[in-house]
Design a protein around this ligand. Sequence first.
Ligand SMILES: NC(=O)c1ccc[n+]([C@@H]2O[C@H](COP(=O)([O-])OP(=O)(O)OC[C@H]3O[C@@H](n4cnc5c(N)ncnc54)[C@H](OP(=O)(O)O)[C@@H]3O)[C@@H](O)[C@H]2O)c1
Length: 282
Amino acid sequence: MNKTISMEDKICMITGANSGIGKATVLGLAEIGAKIVMVCRNKERGETAQQEIIEKTGNKNVDLLICDLSSQEQIHKLVSEFKQKYQNLHVLINNAGIVLSKRQLSVDGIEMNFAVNYLAPFLLTNLLIDVLKNSAPSRIINVSSGVHKRASMDFDDLQGENKKYGAFKNYGVSKLTLTLFTYELSRRLEGTGVTVNAVHPGVVRSNLGRDQPTFSRAFQKVFFKTPKKGAATSIYLASSPEVEGITGKYFVSKEPKKSSDESYNEEYAKRLWEISTQMTNL
Ligand SMILES: NC(=O)c1ccc[n+]([C@@H]2O[C@H](COP(=O)([O-])OP(=O)(O)OC[C@H]3O[C@@H](n4cnc5c(N)ncnc54)[C@H](OP(=O)(O)O)[C@@H]3O)[C@@H](O)[C@H]2O)c1
């Protein structure tokens, strides 16, 4: 962490902020003075993390808003609550994510990986875009995954409904759609002073795989990166002057890298945008 960077007066919203990479991202940004809005689905887990972050960093500007991102109604409520309390938003980090071994539906009837990992960032970002534009220069960071490279777009089966569902198959689809969305949004935001980039954090020790039968903390401890290392690229994109104005890129280890060929398909991105608009009633 570059201790010379200050985020004082910058308001940063981070989803999935009580665990793993999200919590480490909050810690890193709180350390350099940012005003944090943690978004968590569980009040108790959120408050525990919030207290720990305030104690560790001495930064008291760490707020907590509760939202289950699998519910579109709750996303609307989150945005109203945020807008009542804050005039600006300088950094939005769409970090929350899940991977589920069995196919589940959200309260809105949407396959859960797709709902939480992709459609929630789509809706949340669009509902906050006016505040982000008014706060420009501002930055959006979408936490994708290298697993998007194993997925391909099947518009007839985006939700693993008609063909076979697979945890990592459908997780991969959610991250490919998030990456397509990142690039499409960057084109739509040209000239606004709002940048948007995607991140692959690496393979990181966290709670992400807890639903998988093979989940092993001991294995993770030996082979996976720490959450602090996993958060480094998100923190870099949120705070570094080096990436001011950089948009529409996929970052790995603080470097722009090539994402999958399909993720650059502009036809797919436009079609996905239309479908997502319908699915969220935007
Ligand atoms: N770990 C890796 O190796 C890896 C690799 C590539 C990409 N990623 C991505 O990195 C991001 C962070 O994951 P992580 O590894 O840090 O996993 P994690 O420890 O499981 O953290 C995920 C966070 O998302 C929250 N979340 C899940 N469903 C939610 C919902 N419906 N509403 C609101 N919050 C929800 C979780 O809340 P609860 O604590 O309440 O469940 C938790 O705070 C994810 O997008 C993941 O896909 C991780």
